[in-house]
Design a protein around this ligand. Structure first.
Ligand SMILES: Nc1ccn([C@@H]2O[C@H](COP(=O)(O)OP(=O)(O)OP(=O)(O)O)[C@@H](O)[C@H]2O)c(=O)n1
Ligand SMILES: C[C@](O)(CO)[C@H](O)COP(=O)(O)O
Length: 390
């Protein structure tokens, strides 16, 4: 496994108390179906999976039932009532966390459903040097100043950036800045609020997937998500006497087993990495660092199911997997049906979407000498079709 440092603890506020007037319709946009589930559910699931605690959802007073239905089954979400403007709603969210005093907080628009884990990592890393950090993207078009439909000037795009959310802050600094805000009009975002209190804001790399759903056509637009994506995973574990041998979620009788921090199920690790790779969510070590004692001896099925949850949160369902195990011993053939059934069960797939193959390396190399087992997997994921919100 590749190791990665665990994320520092953080709280999150998802602001979702807007009316969605520019999108229109009877139901506010954050509760409407987008890629198979309510818009707000996508980013709440992503933050929850990243470990946000507490996680506050800021909802309009008349939309609490919508919100509870949209986020049903996600444990630990604190629902609070928002204000008349986005800035008011953020302030309500911060005040709700004042007693908990988290070290840092991510403030995120429910209107930006596609939230990559890598952006969260970049923002929290930047907070070690600055009290605020925001994801930004460059401006690629030239810019004009509009004066009643006539161009009256230009702006220098080289120094301008498009600003997204989530925006990350040391909690005490952003709460104090919101409380001290004296602007006549609302700030455009929370980074501007922090700057008004002389807090420095780091610019981290944003992501096109974080596009804000603002207009009705954004619900239909393909955004940047392709219909299919592919990921591959590769893993190796050492064979040692006295260890259990787990392959594809099945315990296999053998005179040696695979050694590792978890149950060392090399097959499930390769599939997990392939799923994470398909949706650009890092690797298994990013989510389950071997340095973390809670994963000692852990069953690897939970790693795979976590990766599938991240794929779902990004709007993707698994199409099929193809796994190759590379070893001299044990012979995989007799165990293939049980492994195929278990991998299909763990992934919520039919067995014909799960292929398990095996090969030797003709007694060459470490697999040939029986020192270890290698596994490689390819996964195809497909954009989930837009069905009714469940
Ligand atoms: N009083 C408000 C207004 C906005 N928001 C939230 O702030 C985010 C960014 O706002 P925007 O995308 O502009 O949403 P709306 O304000 O709902 O849109 P509109 O201006 O079209 O009504 C959204 O997640 C929105 O729900 C909020 O929590 N409270
Ligand atoms: C906070 C924000 O998403 C940063 O780009 C943006 O300012 C929200 O603006 P809106 O007018 O409330 O959509």
């Amino acid at each position: 496994m590749v190791s990665a440092a665990p994320l520092p603890p953080f709280a999150a506020i998802v602001v979702a108390a807007g009316k969605g007037l520019r999108v229109g319709g009877d139901t506010p946009k954050q509760f409407r179906n987008w890629r198979g589930k309510a818009l707000i559910r996508h980013s709440v699931e992503a933050l929850n999976a990243a470990g946000a605690d507490p996680l506050v959802a800021v909802i309009a007073a008349d939309a609490q039932d919508h919100a509870k239905a949209a986020l049903a089954g996600i444990s630990g979400v604190i629902f609070i009532t928002g204000g008349a403007t986005r800035q008011d709603s953020v302030r309500c969210g911060l005040e709700a966390l004042a007693d908990a005093k988290p070290q840092s907080v991510l403030i995120h628009d429910a209107a930006r459903p596609d939230l990559p884990h890598t952006v969260i990592e970049r923002l929290l890393t930047a907070l070690s040097e600055h009290p605020g950090a925001i994801p930004v993207l460059p401006v690629v078009d030239s810019l004009a100043v509009d004066n009643g439909g006539v161009m009256s000037g230009k702006a220098e795009r080289e120094t301008l950036r498009r600003v997204q959310t989530p925006q990350a802050f040391r909690f005490d600094a952003i709460l104090a800045a919101h409380r001290a805000w004296q602007g006549v009009t609302d700030a455009g975002d929370d980074a501007q609020v922090l700057m008004a209190s002389n807090g420095s804001v780091a610019l981290a790399q944003g992501d096109e997937r974080l596009k804000k759903i603002t207009f009705a056509e954004d619900f239909a637009a393909p955004m940047t998500a392709p219909a299919f994506r592919i990921g591959q995973g590769f893993d190796v574990h050492r064979l040692e006497p006295g260890e259990e041998l787990w392959l594809g979620g099945v315990q296999i009788p053998h005179d040696k087993g695979l050694a590792g921090h978890s149950d060392a199920d090399v097959a499930l690790h390769a599939i997990t990495d392939a799923v994470l790779g398909a949706v650009g969510e890092g690797d298994i070590g990013t989510h389950f660092p071997p340095s973390d004692p809670q994963w000692r001896g852990a069953r690897s099925g939970q790693f795979l199911q976590h990766a599938i949850g991240l794929a779902r949160a990004a709007g993707y369902a698994i199409a099929n997997i193809d796994l190759t195990l590379i070893c001299e011993e044990p012979k995989i053939g007799p165990h293939r049906p049980a492994m195929r059934a278990e991998v299909a069960r763990l992934m919520g797939l039919s067995e014909n979407a799960v292929s398990i193959k095996a090969t030797t390396t003709e007694k060459l190399g470490f697999t040939g000498r029986g020192e270890g087992i290698a596994a490689q997997a390819i996964v195809c994921v497909m954009l989930a079709s837009e069905g009714p919100t469940s």
